[in-house]
Each structure stands twice: as C-alpha cells, then as structure tokens.
Design a protein around this ligand. Structure first.
Ligand code: ADP
Length: 507
C-alpha cells in the first residue's frame, strides 16, 4: 500500500500524490505490470536492493521506459516496506542521442550476441586461438564479421560511410570491412575476448560504394551489464592525416632514392677515375708486349714482364670496384651503447607507413632482457630499414595475409635481430644477394644488402640469410653486446677504430 508519493507522479500518472496514498501498488499499476515486478519485490522482501529498467504504464495507456530502484526498508521485525525510485530514462536516451548524433566521430552499435556461439562452432576457445585462426585463415574473420549485425549508427557514421541509417541497420558489420583489414578487426575481437577495457587501431574500412576510408577505430568494452551484447565502435576519419603521412613517406623515399642516385653517380665517377689509370696501363703494357713479340727475334722476357704488369694492374682495377661498398658507407660512424629494442621500435615508426602500403602486418617479439649493443645506431638502423623494406617488397607479391616478424634474441656474446617474411623467398639467388649491384627488382639498385654486410663487418657482427623457401625468407644480423665488451655506456670512437675494415678481394 502506498504511504507516500511525490509531485512527480502527477506528470506521469496524472494522479496527484494524495490519490495514490492508501492504494495498493497492484491497483495503481495494474495486475499485469504488478506481476512483472514480482521477482524484484521478492528481492526487496529479502532485504536486497533491486535495480531494473522496465516500461512504466502511463495513465493515458502509453508506456515510458523507466529505470527503477527498489530499496527495502527493514524494521525490527524484518521487511517493513520499500522505497520505489522511478527515473524516466527517456530523458537519458534523449541526452544520449543528442551526444551520439552530434559528435565528430562515426559511431556504430554492433550486436555481438552471436559471437560466443560462432566461436564455439569454429572451435576457437580464447583470444590467442582467435589470433592464430585469423592469421592462418582470414575467411573465419569474415564469417564472424558477417554474423554481427549493426543495430545502430549515428549521423556522422552515415555521412562518413555514405549510407543511411535504415539501409545500414541489421546489415552485417562485415559489409564495411575490406579483406585487407580483416586482421585489424580480428585484433579488436581478440581484445574483446581477452577482457581488455579499451581498443584502438588505425585501419582501412570501406564506404557503402566500396571506396577506401582510413579510420581510427576505437572502442571501450563496457562490462557493467553481463547481459548487454552490443559493442559501440567509434570510427574517426583520418584520411587527411594519412594522406599527409603518405606524402611525407613518399618524399622521404624519393629523398633516399635521390641520395642513392647521387651516391651512385659519385661512385661511378670515382670508379671511372680510379679504374682509368690501371686500364690505360694495361693497354700500354698490352701494346708493349705485342711489340716485343712481333720483333724478328721476340723478346720473351720483356713480353712476360709486360704481361705480369697487366695482371697486377687488372687486380688493382678489381680492388677499386670491390671498395665501392666501403665508399658507400662513408658517414662518420659514432659508436655508442644503445638498446636494440628501442632502435627496432623507432625504426618501425619510420617504415610503418611504407609497410602498410605493401599490405603487410608487422609483428614483433622482442627480448626484454637483451643487453645494450655497441655500435653506430644510425648505421644499424639503416640495415634494419633495408631488411624490413626488402621484406615488405617481397610479401607484396603474395595474395594471402602478409606478415613480417621482427625478433630480438641474445646469447653470451651477441644480440641478434631476425626479420622474417612470408614472401616468395630468394629463389636460387642466395649466393649473390650480398653482391654489389645484385638486384632482381626493376628499380632496385642492389646496394642495400652489400652495404649492410659492410656495416655489420665494421661492427664485428654478421648478417645472413638464414632461411629461404617459397614460404618466405629470414635474414638475421647480430652485433656484440655491451656485457660482453664491458664498455661504458657512451663510448665514442668505440672498439672498432675507423669502423670500415678493408674489403677482401674475393668479394
Ligand atoms: P635491392 O633491394 O635494391 O634489390 P638489396 O641489396 O637490398 O637491393 O637486395 C638484393 C636482392 O636480394 C633483391 O633484389 C632481392 O632479389 C633479394 N632479396 C632481398 N631481401 C629479400 C627478401 N626478403 N625476400 C626475397 N628476396 C629478397
């Protein structure tokens, strides 16, 4: 029986509080709605507070959504009645929608209700298994995406994706995901399954018409209500930024290319200059030898001496060419002790955009316990950039998921960095990869690996192709670490004076 009611009821039920006082709740809200509240009343009788959302009948026969709290009042002899707090959530919804629709980010509300069932069907038990399944067979991610319907989207999402609310509603969320971004969505699902509170990734989605759209995808996984199955996903347009980054990357690449071309020109000039002399001497000695042999009485000793000089001059010429590599690594080396993992992460910031352009994903497995290494950070970074860009170019020709894995490990002497890709491998060129000017690319220069080897040799380290098959290639380079060297943390000049060692004749 109602003992008290405030004025608010007047606007809802159009009955003033005094009309309600003394009446039974069942009488006020009707038999049917009273029984819908029975479980909550039972809880209140047990002394428990109950919070629930329920449609509230209005006097005119309509219903309004309300958030209701039943707080029991316990007396000396137990349950003594309850306070009912009813809040009109239509007001909340209105506020939510005005924020939802006027924000600058596109929001999608996607129903994940079918996800657990589908994962069971696919025998995927946890986030790790999902990540693995996504890498080996991206079609499974597509299957999942197609089973998650869009239940709402805001005006900004409609505008960004060029779609109207009606035609987007109940459509599978997969419709806005191109194949190349399936891994990004798989990562979002992994974060969801792993119970992470928040997820963010830069990815590419597609508009209703199929145009690519660069977005920053964000979502907060609300865990308060275990029955809620919807996830709200924010999509912010980052096309302008991505275009700028791409222009920057292009400019950087062009600059690097121009620098290489300039370097090549310089190298050519110096090779021509250096080789000219021995060539002229060879020609002169050749003519001399011919003359000695053409005499009526050939002077074999003079001819032999001339031919010997020809042989040594030609050695000098090939030495000059071999020195090309050391000429190419001409920046003054600065040897310091630095953290290889930080260098790898910094390098990824530089090459990430280029790698994404080739449709590849980068995965890192870094050895947190790796000691710092001794060497020229910039030169070793050049080596890594070259390996990663080579890997990205290699995987660009494969159809399926393209990945590049960077690993750091260490042993007693060295820290080793491995760059693994799932491209087509190096074929039967393994013996020639590190030769100067060896390239299989149309616009390649064949300098990268040759220069890298020179840099590593100068560091007392090594670079190798450790594996190659039609399923991919793995290159590693290793450098001595500081624990082994026992050096101070910033030693200029370093343990390798001059850095550039003489180049042996056989390469
Ligand atoms: P460039 O990249 O200019 O060709 P590099 O010296 O860096 O010069 O590479 C030489 C050659 O080695 C490449 O042209 C390519 O044939 C081969 N190569 C290098 N890395 C890879 C890789 N990850 N997968 C397959 N082939 C590779």
């Amino acid at each position: 029986m109602c003992r008290f009611a405030n004025q608010y009821h007047h606007s809802w039920y159009r009955s003033s509080p005094h009309e309600m006082i003394g009446r039974h709740l069942q009488d006020i809200i009707g038999e049917k709605d009273f029984s819908a509240r029975a479980p909550h009343l039972a809880r209140a009788r047990r002394g428990e507070t109950s919070y629930f959302e329920i449609p509230v009948p209005m006097r005119n026969g309509s219903f309004r959504d309300a958030a209701v709290t039943y707080t029991p009042k316990m007396g000396p002899s137990g349950f003594d009645g309850l306070y009912i707090l009813t809040f009109d959530v239509a007001v909340l919804h209105q506020r939510y929608h005005s924020v939802f629709d006027s924000t600058a980010a596109g929001f999608w509300v996607v129903d994940y209700a079918k996800l657990p069932g589908l994962l069971t069907q696919l025998s995927i038990t946890d986030a790790e298994a999902l990540g693995q399944a996504a890498r080996t067979d991206p079609r499974r991610v597509r299957q999942l995406l197609d089973a998650l319907p869009v239940v709402h989207l805001n005006q900004k999402a409609c505008q960004l994706f060029d779609v109207d609310v009606k035609s987007a509603m109940d459509q599978p969320f997969g419709q806005w995901w191109p194949d190349e971004s399936l891994q990004s969505f798989a990562q979002q699902l992994c974060a969801f399954l792993a119970g992470e509170p928040f997820f963010e990734i830069e990815t590419v989605m597609r508009t209703e018409a199929g145009d690519k759209l660069d977005v920053l995808l964000t979502c907060t996984f609300v865990k308060k209500d275990p029955d809620a199955t919807t996830v709200t996903i924010g999509t912010t347009d980052i096309r302008a930024r991505v275009t700028k980054e791409q222009e920057l990357a292009k400019a950087q690449t062009e600059l690097a290319h121009a620098a290489r071309v300039a370097l090549l020109g310089e190298l050519m000039a110096s090779i021509a200059h250096e080789v000219n002399q021995p060539l002229a001497a060879i020609a002169a000695d050749g003519n001399g030898a011919l003359r000695w042999l053409a005499k009526d009485e050939p002077n074999l000793n003079e001819a032999r001496a001339a031919i010997n000089r020809m042989v040594s001059e030609s050695r000098r010429a090939s030495d000059v060419i071999a020195k090309t590599k050391s000429l190419a690594v001409k920046a003054t080396p600065a040897t310091t002790s630095f953290d290889i993992n930080r260098m790898i992460e910094d390098t990824l910031l530089i090459v990430r955009r280029q790698v994404v352009n080739f449709g590849a994903e980068i995965e890192t497995r870094l050895d947190d316990t790796a000691p710092s290494v001794i060497g020229d950070r910039v030169q070793l970074q050049q080596v890594l950039i070259n390996l990663v860009v080579n890997a990205a170019q290699a995987v660009s020709s494969c159809p399926g998921p393209r990945y590049i894995r960077l690993t750091s490990t260490h042993d007693d002497d060295r820290v080793t960095v491995a760059v693994e890709d799932n491209g087509p491998g190096v074929g039967n060129h393994a013996d020639r990869l590190f030769d100067v000017f060896f390239t299989t690319k149309q616009s390649g220069m064949g300098m990268g690996l040759a220069i890298s080897r020179t840099i590593l040799e100068a560091h007392g380290g090594a670079i190798h192709l450790v594996e190659s098959s039609d399923r991919g290639a793995t290159f590693t380079f290793s450098v001595p670490h500081s624990t082994r060297q026992g050096t101070s943390s910033d030693r200029r000049g370093g343990p390798y004076p001059g850095m550039i060692p003489p180049i042996s004749k056989d390469r």
